[in-house]
Unconditional design. Structure first.
Length: 94
């Protein structure tokens, strides 16, 4: 069966209204869904753009996380080397 735009709009509207969200993009979708213009294509385009943007943000986050993990590993290695050198100096002094 074919689902009407109105039923899809109402379902999406009820889901979004029932959730707490702080993302202004979701607020924009909620406002667009609440409009009575009947043009659901704009809302679908907004959702598609948001999904694309979220995908890009996820890729950026993954890249930043990989960089941070690498930097943490390097820092831990440097710390171990310094602790070893410090211990060696203490032994030499004693």
């Amino acid at each position: 069966t074919k689902v009407s735009d109105k039923s899809v709009r109402n379902k999406a509207l009820s889901v979004l209204k029932g959730k707490q969200h702080s993302d202004p993009r979701l607020s924009a979708v909620l406002i667009a869904l609440g409009g009575r213009s009947g043009n659901f294509d704009k809302v679908l385009k907004m959702i598609d753009e948001m999904v694309t943007l979220l995908g890009q943000e996820q890729t950026d986050d993954d890249t930043k996380k990989a960089y941070c993990v690498e930097q943490l590993d390097k820092t831990e290695d440097s710390l171990k080397a310094l602790e070893s050198a410090h211990h060696g100096l203490e032994v030499t002094i004693d």
